[in-house]
Design a protein around this ligand. Structure first.
Ligand SMILES: [Fe+2]
Length: 167
């Protein structure tokens, strides 16, 4: 671990949990940038509403980035917030560059949010198993928030052309 701390969790546990958090930090920083990309480039008749929606989802993920990074430092680790680290370490798919319409962007964004949500949901169990209830609780909070953001995005898909409800 990077720093000396009087926190009582064993250094081995803190190191394992910090690595877990760093993986999710990489994803969250990637997702943060993907959401700004969608916010800037979405086009179509619902432009302004989607432009604002994507910015509000971005702001929520920006808060998640901060929470994850500061948990790493609270554990005595170094939160690696460098973009190159995030690019190399992100498990999310690369955001397509050619998307234009609202439905296409929302489909890509919902896929990225779903991927992020799946990661944090798995992390709840891993952190709990490692004996760090505080980090497991943080991941639970992030999982709930991610589910909510996915709902906010998917709720718009039904109103867009070409997006019919499943039978
Ligand atoms: Fe903006």
């Amino acid at each position: 671990m990077g720093y000396v701390t009087k926190m009582d969790l064993p250094p081995l546990v803190r190191g394992q949990v910090a690595r877990l958090l760093q993986q999710r930090l990489n994803d969250a920083i990637d997702l943060d940038a993907q959401l700004k990309h969608a916010h800037w480039n979405v086009k179509g008749p619902q432009f302004f509403q989607l432009h604002q929606l994507l910015d509000s989802v971005h702001d929520a993920i920006e808060e998640a980035v901060d929470l994850i990074a500061e948990r790493i430092t609270a554990l005595g680790g170094t939160a690696d917030g460098r973009l190159k680290t995030a690019v190399n370490g992100s498990s999310l798919a690369e955001y397509p560059l050619t998307l234009r319409g609202g439905a296409a962007h929302l489909d890509a964004v919902s896929g990225a949010l779903s991927g992020f949500g799946a990661g944090v949901r798995q992390d709840i169990e891993v952190a709990s198993h490692l004996g760090d209830a505080g980090t497991a609780d943080l991941f639970t909070q992030l999982s709930r928030e991610s589910d909510k953001l996915l709902w906010l995005v998917e709720a718009h898909l039904l109103d867009l052309p070409g997006q019919e409800a499943a039978p």
